[in-house]
Write a new protein. Structure first.
Length: 377
């Protein structure tokens, strides 16, 4: 059996997490602290060690009260080697016991585990991205079902994404783009667009202004400036984020905020103005972010989000087409799963919460697409 230890030191936590398989930036100390500061989730970080004292798994668990009830969430975690069935079983058993002890309505996990690659079904998209199941992911799914976990009706993070292999040369990365995207990447420099680092505090206001324009254009609600200052500045200061601005004659045209941790970088935020769009600033911006991630030793670039259904009816279709143009592989994750200590309470909660969320939406508190990379042009 593994030994679970509560970690209370930020540096020790990130150091242990960084080298684990399936480690994710949403499991870092900073993400838990951000969620606590902004939304009231209470983080706890557990490291799991084997008999030799080696850390083999980690889970940052967020807990929140909803009236008299309590819910628990492990965003993009836990982190561990999911091909090791014994470790998977031990960690799941600990999480289940903790949920029972806390009398939680549910405990949700959303590990960075691939169920398969490519696009199932028929049609042009499926032909371009042939589907293949991942054996490890399929075993994890079978384990969760066998232990009574439920596929969550609330998929907090994206189940699907596109990732780019950064171990390739820059020439190979360019060659892997579709012809239209490659042409648009090259348009920016020809039309005097430049890209620079935008990590200074003054730049955050510029990024926010561009984000408000993007939100108005694409129809999503923007939170107050202080929210994004907290999100972006906290991670930039911790060395876990890098911001960029694309400019023309000193005028900001587009921005991008890249999060990075372990072996991977994630395109979390994209924003652009409504002017000078023919200069294709977002394409050059994306390419420079990819080049930055590669130059800094990251092996994978995650475009963070793709449709659940790969056809034009999906609201993310335009976003997907933009990202897909850069090449890469469609990744289908296993998604979020709920452990339910008390099925009756869970059923009542699931019936009532949609009504509560509907009232919140009517009040204008619509979820903002922090993680959509919601810039498609």
């Amino acid at each position: 059996m593994l030994q679970a230890t509560l970690i209370t030191d930020s540096a020790a936590w990130n150091a242990a997490l960084r080298h684990l398989p399936a480690a994710h930036v949403l499991q870092t100390w900073e993400w838990g602290a951000f969620k606590q500061h902004e939304t009231g989730w209470q983080p706890e970080r557990f490291a799991f060690t084997d008999e030799a004292g080696r850390t083999v798994a980690a889970a940052s668990i967020l807990t929140r009260r909803v009236g008299p009830l309590r819910v628990m969430y492990v965003p993009k975690g836990p982190a561990l080697a999911y091909e090791d069935t014994d470790t998977v079983l031990d960690v799941l058993a600990h999480l289940e016991q903790l949920a029972r002890q806390r009398r939680a309505v549910w405990l949700k996990i959303d590990p960075d585990v691939i169920a398969g690659t490519g696009i199932p079904g028929e049609g042009d998209e499926a032909a371009r991205h042939p589907a293949q199941d991942d054996p490890t992911g399929q075993r994890v799914l079978a384990t969760l079902r066998a232990r009574g976990w439920r596929f969550s009706t609330s998929q907090v993070q994206f189940r699907n994404t596109i990732t780019l292999d950064l171990t390739q040369s820059e020439d190979d990365l360019l060659a892997g783009m579709n012809q239209s995207t490659r042409r648009k990447v090259r348009t920016g420099p020809k039309k005097d667009v430049t890209v620079r680092s935008a990590n200074d505090p003054a730049d955050l206001r510029t990024l926010y202004d561009l984000y408000t324009v993007t939100g108005a254009r694409q129809g999503f609600l923007i939170r107050p400036l202080d929210y994004y200052r907290e999100a972006w500045a906290r991670f930039i200061e911790a060395g876990l984020a890098q911001a960029f601005l694309a400019e023309w004659e000193g005028q900001p045209l587009a921005g991008l905020v890249l999060f990075h941790f372990g072996p991977k970088a994630w395109y979390f935020y994209g924003m652009s103005d409504n002017v000078e769009r023919s200069r294709m600033p977002t394409y050059l911006l994306q390419w420079e972010a990819i080049r930055w991630a590669k130059a800094h030793g990251y092996g994978t670039y995650d475009f963070w989000g793709a449709p659940d259904t790969f056809d034009e009816s999906d609201s993310m279709w335009g976003v997907y087409r933009f990202k897909d143009g850069f090449g890469g592989t469609v990744m289908r994750h296993i998604g979020a799963w709920d452990y339910v200590p008390n099925p009756l309470v869970y059923t009542l909660y699931e019936r009532l919460m949609p009504r509560v969320l509907d009232l919140m939406r009517r009040a204008g508190r619509r979820r903002d697409p922090v993680d959509t990379g919601a810039n498609t042009d």
